[in-house]
Design a protein around this ligand. Structure first.
Ligand code: SF4
Length: 321
C-alpha cells in the first residue's frame, strides 16, 4: 500500500496565557509526538473520547491550525513548512466535512452558489465545466437538481450533510477529513450518510480520515482503526484485527462501552470510569494509568512506546512490550 500521508512526531501545544500581562502559565498538550501513516484509498478511523485530540489531529494535517513540532508529509512533501500560496494545490486536494452541516453552509447562499464557490476560489471560471461537474456531483450524492435554487435552511439535517459532502468532493479531492460527520444526525439518517461516504470512496478513489467516537459506525465504514487517548495514539490495527484482537486496555474499555442488545458483556471490569484527565496537566508515565484497571508501578513512572504486535498492529502498553 502506498502512503498518502506520513505524520511524524507531530505535537500541538497551546500556551495558556495568564491575565493582562500575558505571561504563559502553562500549556495544553493537545497532541504529543504522533506518528501515523495514512494509505491511499483507505478509510482510517480515528477513535477516542471527546477531548482526546482527534479533531486537533484532523485540523493539523490539513494545516488549519499551527503545530508545535513535527512533520506532515503529503505525497512525500512536508505541508507544515509551506506558505499559504504554496498550499493552494494541497487545499484543492484535501477537504474537511464537519459534524454540523448547518454551520458549514452559508445560510445566505443558494445551493448552486455554495457548490460553485470552490471553483471560484481555485480560479476555475468555465461555466459549462462548472455546471457539468455540479450536475455529476448531485447525482453521486443522491440530490436532485431542484436543490440548486434553495437555501440550506430548507433542508433536513441529512440532506444538508449530503450538500456539505457534495461541496467537499466537487473538486475531486484525494483526501477528506470527516470529523464526526454523522453524530449530529438521527440514527435512521446516519446509515444513509455512511453508505454514501463508502460509495464515494469506491467511485472517486478517496482516502479518508474518519473521526468518530462511535465504534459501531467505525466498524461499518473503516479499513483501519487508530485509537487516541490524551493526544497520543495508543493502538492501531486493521479493522478485523482490531475488533477481534484489540489489546490496549483503553481500546477494550471503549469497545465494552458500546451498547449491546439484551445483555451484559463478559468482561465488565474494563468499562471506562472517570473522565479524560486535563490535557493541561496530563498524568506522568502511561497517560491512561489513572483509569487503567491493570496499572502497576512502572505505568505510573515510565512512558510506554508503541510496540509492534503483528503486521499493522501496534499498541502502547507495558503489558505487551
Ligand atoms: Fe494500563 Fe500500564 Fe498498559 Fe498503561 S501501560 S495501559 S497503565 S497496563
Amino acid at each position: 500500500m502506498k502512503k498518502l500521508f506520513e505524520i511524524k512526531n507531530l505535537s500541538v501545544h497551546y500556551p495558556v496565557v495568564d491575565g493582562i500581562m500575558g505571561n504563559i502559565k502553562g500549556y495544553v498538550y493537545a497532541l504529543n509526538n504522533v506518528d501515523l501513516d495514512i494509505y491511499e484509498n483507505e478509510i482510517l478511523a480515528l477513535v477516542g473520547e471527546s477531548g482526546s485530540g482527534k479533531s486537533t489531529l484532523g485540523n493539523s494535517i490539513l494545516k488549519l491550525i499551527n503545530h508545535t513540532s513535527g512533520e506532515v508529509l503529503f505525497k512525500g512533501e512536508n505541508i507544515l513548512n509551506k506558505t499559504k500560496k504554496e498550499l493552494k494545490g494541497f487545499r484543492k486536494h484535501s477537504q474537511l466535512i464537519f459534524q454540523n452541516p448547518y454551520m458549514s453552509l452559508n445560510p445566505r447562499m443558494k445551493i448552486y452558489y455554495i457548490l460553485r464557490e470552490p471553483f471560484i476560489i481555485h480560479g476555475i471560471k468555465d461555466k459549462k465545466e462548472i455546471n457539468e461537474r455540479i450536475k455529476k456531483i448531485l447525482e453521486l450524492t443522491g440530490l436532485s437538481e431542484d436543490v440548486l435554487n434553495r437555501y440550506p435552511h430548507e433542508f433536513s439535517g441529512g440532506q444538508r450533510q449530503r450538500i456539505a459532502i457534495a461541496r467537499a468532493i466537487i473538486l475531486n479531492p484525494a483526501f477528506i477529513v470527516a470529523d464526526e460527520p454523522v453524530s449530529a444526525l438521527d440514527v435512521s439518517i446516519q446509515a444513509q450518510i455512511v453508505n454514501l461516504l463508502t460509495d464515494l470512496k469506491k467511485h472517486l478513489n478517496l482516502t479518508m480520515l474518519f473521526i468518530s467516537h462511535d465504534l459501531s459506525v467505525v466498524k461499518y465504514i473503516s479499513d483501519r482503526i487508530a485509537v487516541m487517548y490524551l493526544g497520543e495514539i495508543v493502538e492501531t490495527a486493521p479493522k478485523e484485527e482490531f475488533f477481534t484482537r484489540h489489546k490496549h486496555p483503553y481500546s477494550q474499555a471503549l469497545l465494552n462501552s458500546v451498547p449491546v442488545i439484551g445483555g451484559r458483556r463478559e468482561n465488565q471490569k474494563e468499562l471506562l470510569s472517570g473522565d479524560v484527565p486535563s490535557p493541561q496537566n496530563p498524568p506522568a508515565g502511561c497517560k491512561f494509568h489513572t483509569r487503567c484497571p491493570y496499572a502497576f508501578d512502572k505505568c505510573r513512572n515510565e512512558h510506554p512506546d508503541l510496540c509492534r504486535l503483528s503486521d499493522g498492529h501496534y499498541v502502547r502498553c507495558f503489558l505487551f512490550a
